[in-house]
Design a protein around this ligand. Structure first.
Ligand code: NAP
Length: 327
């Protein structure tokens, strides 16, 4: 099969098409013929050599795919997982390929109303948004959320899921066009972080109270703003470090607000932990997709052999939602 490998850690020019043996599904795994593979920011970090794949997964990038079942390992029921079944899957790596193997617990049906290609943009973003908003952030209906980066792959899903849950959603976006699109996704308040003071805008929108949960992709560079944005008892959930991993936290303010700071990564979790998140997403998020409250947001699709272009596009900051690769 054809895969996209990273020749040497470095820029997008290091991505090249190579032939690798077809994978063989182990016990409890499916073999999937890939229809589309999602491109994630983590893939760019992996390409640069900053985010090595966990043990046991292929060396090439790719954290999510959609496709059809074409084989099963031992202990997988052929009646439940027949050949030709359209599915989407959360991977530990290896999605930039014509074929992938994946534990059945990390596989989802393609939700009703979503085409097979667009479904590739859902697993990583939906699982990340769900587990961080709900498991880590404890977000409940009627609470207020700030999504830092509602225009991103994860952010665009987080905005929609939180709105569907009945939360009031504030989000940041870079520029008026991206802000308008975040409103279309269901954000109640959009703050253009290029033009506005985010802290002041959050306080204005919440009558000075602040928000119950912040979902953050900025990391160190967002700590001060995010802590200032929290209400008493608020929860800051960090999922990205786009503006640094080490920062200074005002512990006096943290104590005064009785606030919480937490974070998580999805990729490093065990198959059992990922399977639990996938099951929750199937149970709670897929019905939102099926009834149209949550949609995959696909910015562009490109052939697999133009993975370098896909990485340049994501790096350009112009992408709204997801870029998908088609083998
Ligand atoms: N922890 C996990 O399990 C996990 C899983 C998946 C992804 N992630 C991480 O989550 C982050 C987002 O991933 P993604 O795939 O959604 O990436 P993405 O599609 O590239 O989105 C990045 C977002 O950051 C926003 N942004 C950039 N500068 C900003 C600023 N100064 N203030 C506010 N927002 C800003 C961008 O919005 P504008 O251009 O509109 O400003 C964009 O929406 C990445 O760091 C990724 O590594 C973590």
């Amino acid at each position: 099969m054809r895969v996209i490998e990273v020749e040497q850690p470095g820029g997008p020019e290091q991505l090249s098409v190579v032939e690798r043996p077809d994978p063989v599904p182990a016990g409890g795994e499916l073999l999937i013929r890939v229809a589309a593979a999602g491109v994630n920011r983590a893939d760019l970090l992996q390409r640069e050599g900053h985010y090595p794949p966990p043990p046991g997964v292929p060396a090439w990038p790719g954290l999510e795919v959609s496709g059809t079942v074409v084989g099963r390992g031992p202990e997988v029921d052929a009646a439940t997982w027949p050949d030709g079944l359209p599915v989407a899957a959360l991977l530990g790596g290896g999605g930039y390929a014509e074929l992938v193997t994946v534990p059945v617990g990390q596989v989802l049906p393609v939700p009703d109303g979503v085409d097979l290609i667009a479904a590739a943009g859902l697993p990583e973003a939906a699982c990340t948004a769900w587990t961080n908003l709900i498991d880590s952030g404890g977000l409940a209906a009627g609470e207020t959320l700030l999504v830092q980066g509602g225009s991103g792959g994860v952010g665009s899903l987080a905005v929609q899921i939180a709105a569907a849950l009945g939360a009031r959603v504030l989000t940041t976006a870079g520029g008026p066009e991206r802000a308008a699109r975040c409103r279309e996704l269901g954000a109640d308040v959009v703050i253009d972080h290029r033009m506005q003071d985010v802290t002041a805008a959050v306080h204005e929108a919440t009558d000075g109270r602040g928000v119950d949960v912040v979902l953050d992709v900025l990391g160190a560079g967002g700590l001060e703003t995010n802590l200032a944005a929290l209400a008493t008892g608020g929860r800051l959930v960090v999922i990205g470090t786009q503006r640094g991993a080490r920062g200074t936290l005002d512990l006096g303010l943290l104590m005064a607000k009785r606030a919480y700071v937490t974070g998580s990564t999805l990729r490093s979790r065990t198959v059992a932990e990922k399977s639990r998140v996938v099951a929750q997403v199937a149970h709670r998020v897929w019905p939102m997709v099926a009834d149209g409250r949550v949609r995959p947001v696909v910015h562009a699709t490109l052939p697999l052999d133009r993975a370098d272009e896909a990485h340049r596009l994501l790096d350009s900051g112009e992408v709204f939602g997801k870029v998908l690769l088609l083998p």
